[in-house]
Write a protein that binds this ligand. Structure first.
Ligand SMILES: NC(=O)c1ccc[n+]([C@@H]2O[C@H](COP(=O)([O-])OP(=O)(O)OC[C@H]3O[C@@H](n4cnc5c(N)ncnc54)[C@H](O)[C@@H]3O)[C@@H](O)[C@H]2O)c1
Length: 433
């Protein structure tokens, strides 16, 4: 849902009566219609009476904030776009803007007052404390991570720093904030940690799919660092009572995917007439989920998940990599045929396998379906077609990623100082206040 065009924003107001809570307040110009989805639409946990009431219907409204980390990345970016399309809750988006953080993904939110992009590190404790104190989020969703397995093999240090140390600092900052909340807000608060099925290791051909009870057997520096972060999150619940939720999801694909990952790489290389590199024999099996289904699963877990619980998220779409590549080629043959009439599959090239390459991942997503009623909306066939159509319709986004121009996007497009806050500036500001 897009914001009601009749709504005008009154800005952020601070209320000293309830511990200085800062709420994003949207004023409605016509008192008969409210564009706002009220908190109860999204969150089923009990909440305290609102500090503000909407002019419309005399609803008590909860125009509040969530803190997203890593929201300029692939999944986080899709999540922020989906969230703001369905709710009027403000989003504070903390992202370091590494090579994987692309603010251009969020271009449509440029003048949306509900979205604030803060450039900063989840490992920056002072920045975190300042943001939490300033915006008083009712939930934190942690997407921020180094996420590319190949990069973790060549340079594991960043993975240790962000995925382990960063998650630790984030947990500590959130714990301090949560401890200071009023009891009803404290009970409703959630910290959702977004993780991966790769923490479970590799499955043999006929082994049953990973359930939440599967032991952790990470094999790459990436999956080991994510496994460590999952353990920290678990421990912060068991030791300190922090109301955490963890999701372990299978491979995602969809719009805004950085073209270093399999599916976008194949689309982009195919169109550019370049080789389509397939590791080893191409028979590594992955379970694929359309990114918007991952976003809906996270929203569902946030709304109704039980603190301390882990939910596996998957698409029931186990496929060998080579089949994925052939499907991409077949669809491109139909949607954007090669000039010479040949199939894009002629560009497939087998390359040396990556070290320690896991053979098979498969997610058993029956717990989230049984307990929370979540199911993916897309099949692989519908999702991959939408994905290819998106890449064909958005060559500029791809070109900017390839040329590196996306890295200048913030400077070029956010001339106004309030568009993107620099972490250091806002950290200094909040510690001064
Ligand atoms: N992509 C998948 O298929 C997949 C599957 C399951 C789980 N996950 C998990 O989902 C999360 C998001 O994955 P993605 O594919 O969107 O990753 P991504 O690499 O596209 O995005 C990561 C984002 O985090 C930001 N970031 C990195 N280090 C940071 C730091 N120290 N502080 C603040 N921001 C930082 C980056 O700038 C980027 O915007 C990750 O935690 C990943 O482990 C991904």
């Amino acid at each position: 849902m897009n914001p009601d065009p009749t709504a005008s924003r009154a800005g952020f107001r601070e209320d000293d009566g309830e511990g200085g809570r800062i709420l994003a307040l949207t004023m409605i110009s016509t008192p008969t219609k409210c564009a706002t989805r009220h908190l109860s639409d999204q969150f089923e946990t009990p909440v305290s009476p609102s500090l503000y009431s909407c002019a419309c219907f005399n609803y008590l409204t909860f125009h509040v904030t969530i803190l997203i980390t890593g929201g300029a990345g692939f999944i986080g970016g899709n999540f922020v776009l989906d969230w703001l399309a369905q709710s009027n809750d403000a989003v504070i988006n903390l992202d370091k803007l590494t090579y994987a953080g692309n603010p251009e993904t969020l271009a449509s939110l440029q003048s949306d007052p509900r979205h604030t992009l803060v450039q900063g590190d989840i490992g920056d404790s002072a920045l975190l404390a300042g943001l939490l104190a300033q915006h008083r989020p009712r939930a934190v969703v942690n997407f921020a991570a180094e996420s590319h397995v190949d990069r973790s093999i060549h340079g594991p240090e960043d993975f240790i720093q962000t995925n382990i140390v960063g998650t630790f600092r984030l947990l500590e900052a959130v714990r301090a904030y949560w401890m200071g909340m009023a009891s009803d807000a404290k009970a409703a608060f959630r910290f959702l940690h977004v993780s991966t099925d790769e923490v479970y290791g590799s499955l043999s051909k006929d082994a049953p799919a990973f359930t939440e009870a599967h032991r952790y057997e990470p094999n790459s520096p990436y999956s080991a660092s994510k496994a460590a972060s999952d353990h920290l999150v678990r421990a912060w619940h068991h030791t300190y009572g922090l109301p955490v939720l963890t999701t372990n999801c299978s491979n995602n694909y969809g719009p805004y995917h950085f073209p270093e990952k399999l599916i976008p790489l194949m689309i982009v290389n195919a169109l550019a007439g370049k080789p389509l590199p397939v590791y080893g024999d191409g028979l590594q099996v992955r379970d694929w989920l359309y990114v918007k289904d991952h976003c809906s699963a996270i929203r569902r877990v946030l709304a109704a998940g039980t603190p301390g619980e882990v939910y596996n998220v998957g698409g029931w779409n186990e496929k060998p990599n080579i089949e994925i590549v052939q499907t991409v080629c077949r669809l491109l043959d139909a949607m954007r045929p090669r000039a010479d009439g040949q199939s894009y599959s002629a560009q497939i090239t087998y390359v040396k396998d990556r070290p320690g390459h896991d053979r098979r991942y498969a997610i058993d997503a029956s717990k989230i379906e049984r307990e929370l009623g979540w199911k993916p909306a897309e099949t692989f066939e519908t999702g991959i077609e939408k994905t290819i159509a998106w890449y064909l319709a958005n060559p500029e986004w791809v070109a900017h990623v390839q040329s590196g121009a996306y890295r200048e996007w913030v400077q070029t497009h956010y001339a106004q100082p309030e568009g993107v806050q620099q972490g250091l500036a806002s950290s200094a500001e909040s510690s001064a206040s």
